[in-house]
Ligand binder design. Structure first.
Ligand code: RTP
Ligand code: MG
Length: 141
């Protein structure tokens, strides 16, 4: 499998729980490397643009409200099959359906406040990484 990059966001609920380190440790233990990272408090515009694909969905307003409710940690993760590996580590969107031992099963309470985001395809990863990071902010190792 090829080396890939994916965008990960530790969402406001997990930051508020002081779980940044525990979540990043899971990525590292699974063989993913953090090659870019920053903490930001998203504006409505930045969060809405990020989730633009969901603009017409009934949950869009709540999603943007949640993503702007506190700071987030945005990272680029690099490694073998990073996109699928990160989605596996995250677990299902609804934490009640997430497999035991996944990040959402262990740190999230609700589908709205579900601890982490991860790119869902190579196309999404490319767009999302460019949405948050310039090339000079990514540090391959
Ligand atoms: P994410 O983009 O945040 O990584 O989550 P995901 O791929 O697992 O799920 P996605 O379908 O992209 O949805 C984005 C976020 O919107 C909220 N959502 N709510 N009430 C609902 O039916 C519903 N569906 C999705 C979730 O917070 C989800 O993470
Ligand atoms: Mg998604």
């Amino acid at each position: 499998m090829a080396t890939e990059r994916t965008l990960s966001i530790i969402k406001p609920d997990a930051v508020a729980k002081n779980a940044i380190g525990e979540i990043i440790a899971r990525f590292e233990k699974a063989g993913l490397q953090v090659v870019a990272a920053k903490m930001v408090h998203l504006s409505d515009e930045k969060a809405g643009g990020f989730y633009a694909e969901h603009k017409e969905r009934p949950f869009f307003k709540d999603l943007v409200g949640f993503m702007t409710s506190g700071p987030v940690v945005v990272q680029v993760l690099e490694g073998e099959g990073a996109i699928a590996k990160n989605r596996d580590l995250m677990g299902a969107t609804n934490p009640k359906e997430a497999a035991p031992g996944t990040i959402r099963a262990d740190f999230a309470e609700t589908i709205d406040a579900n601890a982490v985001h991860g790119s869902d395809s190579a196309e999404s990863a490319e767009r999302e990484i460019g949405y948050f990071f310039g090339n000079d902010e990514i540090c391959p190792r």
